[in-house]
Design a protein around this ligand. Structure first.
Ligand code: FRU
Length: 512
């Protein structure tokens, strides 16, 4: 009898353990596929493109995003929603703004209405207001600007009965970026007229009535549609004067092929943006192929450095990514600052990643070795090359004997580059690429790389060059090797960090 009950308790216990292990496995499996990003946000399932409505409110960062709740291809565009307390660990919430009555919810922003200027908040409180493009396909295609509000920290939304709030009777008029203009004491909108290559500015006292201000453009690259504008104020370093940055997405026609993001640095007088004449006042927020429609967070402290986050993808092959059951992921959040030197200006991007650092290795190659180590993604590598006399040098990330990605400095061509032509699966003919940025030889030859299971974010020359490229490698492990054109060992000072998975998955740590 005793024996039976012991057995029974034993098997019940085994069942309970098996059941809870299954739950744990199911939860972990949800974010543990071979190409599933471990330090970047991706939805549990289905399609995503642009980030939308980035805002910090009551201790939470909100990430809304273009989302198809019904499948892994673009369509039924709605706003998905996730929240985080540290910009890295995201919790996905139910869809915030679904497609409704044949109108899709395209890209836009969310603001904190601190003084209840809209009248949408409960009396005496602040609330969130979303400004988005409604894309109507019934009858003639029409894009208009619309608003909705939330009184419960973004969990539920009510559309304004007076929508649309801006209608130019156009088929392309989209992606409103709204912020509070402290100096003028009103709301400011930058919105795109894609085929005219113009960003138009509007002001409003209450988010409902809008008055046209100035236009910017055509300027810079006009080979494709202009989309996803963002106007940002970048504070100056050490109390120096700051500068305005106007960021404009372009698709197709970007220099690396397909979608890209150009920026202009200059002045905004409250109505109009004017590009500065200083060298470096025109550049690209991403010199790789895969960071598009980045926007910045609203609701940060006054004069805080803006934080930009983009969609790590390119319209050339976005629908072909070999991932399931999700398709699409976001870049790391990046803090922006300004670089000023004799060569001119540049936008600096620094990824928010340090809180995820786990094991650390000093990988300085003082003993003449070319092997930095071996590490399973995700990991971060920071290298300073000093001033090597070699014309071409950098690192190779090997995922096996036949597959590697090269990240390097080519001094003879004055280029920084990522070559992913041998990185793994080449999903379409547009995918294999060697993406480049112009090197400024007087700036430091440093390199910070964040490698996740299907992406590389590289920051070179003090973060003045940001290059993001997707990769679909043969394995998750990477042998990291410093190389030079002549094959000679070159001195490198460096740090390698294993990174924690934000989904709690175990990362194997291996190093030399
Ligand atoms: C850019 C974009 C936006 C638009 C959204 C639709 O990727 O084309 O201009 O609002 O995607 O999903």
């Amino acid at each position: 009898m005793k024996m039976v009950s012991f057995k029974l308790v034993g098997s019940l216990l085994t069942c309970a353990i098996a059941f809870s292990t299954a739950i744990v496995r199911a939860q972990a499996g949800g974010y543990n596929q071979p190409y599933r990003p471990q330090v970047h946000f991706s939805p549990l399932e289905h399609w995503t493109n642009d980030p939308n409505g980035l805002v910090y409110f009551r201790g939470e960062y909100h990430l809304f995003y273009q989302f198809n709740p019904f499948g892994d291809e673009w369509g039924h565009m709605s706003w998905g929603h996730a929240v985080s307390r540290d910009l890295l660990h995201w919790q996905q919430l139910p869809v915030a703004l679904p497609e409704q009555n044949g109108e899709m919810v395209f890209t836009g922003s969310v603001v904190v209405d601190r003084k209840n200027s809209s009248g949408f908040c409960a009396p005496g409180t602040e609330c969130l207001v979303a400004v988005y493009t409604g894309h109507r396909t019934a009858g003639e295609v029409r894009q208009t600007q619309n608003i909705a509000y939330s009184r419960d920290d973004g969990r539920t939304w009510t559309r304004y009965s007076g929508n649309p709030v801006l209608d130019l009777h156009r088929r392309d008029f989209r992606d409103p970026s709204v912020s509070w203009d402290e100096k003028a004491g009103h709301w400011l909108m930058a919105v795109s007229l894609p085929s005219q290559h113009k960003i138009r500015f509007y002001s409003s006292p209450n988010l409902k009535e809008w008055t046209q201000l100035g236009d910017f453009g055509p300027a810079g690259n006009v080979k494709g549609a202009w989309e996803c504008p963002d106007l940002l104020h970048i504070p100056g370093e050490n109390g120096k004067r700051g500068i305005w940055a106007l960021k404009v997405g372009i698709n197709p026609g970007a220099p690396q092929g397909g979608s890209g993001e150009q920026y202009f640095l200059g002045d905004f007088d409250g109505k109009q943006f004017t590009q500065a004449k200083t060298p470096g006042s025109y550049g690209w927020t991403n010199y790789g192929k895969d960071d598009y429609c980045a926007i910045s967070f609203n609701g940060l402290a006054k004069e805080a450095n803006p934080i930009l986050l983009g969609w790590m993808n390119n319209w050339q092959y976005a629908s072909k990514l070999p991932t399931s059951p999700w398709r699409g992921q976001m870049s790391l959040p990046r803090r922006l600052s300004l670089w000023r030197d004799h060569a001119g200006l540049a936008l600096v991007q620094k990824p928010v990643i340090a809180p995820l650092r786990a094991g650390h290795w000093d990988v300085s190659t003082t003993k003449g070795s070319n092997l930095v180590g071996e590490q399973q993604a995700p990991f971060e590598l920071d290298l300073q090359f000093g001033r090597p006399s070699e014309p071409v040098f950098g690192i190779r990330l090997y995922s096996d004997g036949e597959h590697w990605t090269e990240i390097g400095f080519d001094r003879s061509k004055k280029e920084f580059y990522i070559d992913r032509t041998r990185s793994g699966i080449a999903i379409t003919p547009d995918f294999p690429s060697r993406t480049t940025a112009r090197l400024i030889t007087s700036r430091p030859y440093d390199l910070r790389v964040v490698v996740d299971r299907s992406s590389i974010e590289a920051y070179a020359q003090g973060g003045t060059i940001a290059m993001t490229d997707l990769i679909f490698p043969a394995s998750q492990s990477s042998r990291i090797v410093v190389f030079s054109a002549s094959g000679k060992a070159i001195p490198v000072r460096g740090d390698l960090w294993a990174l924690h998975s934000v989904w709690g998955n175990r990362i194997k740590r291996t190093t030399k």
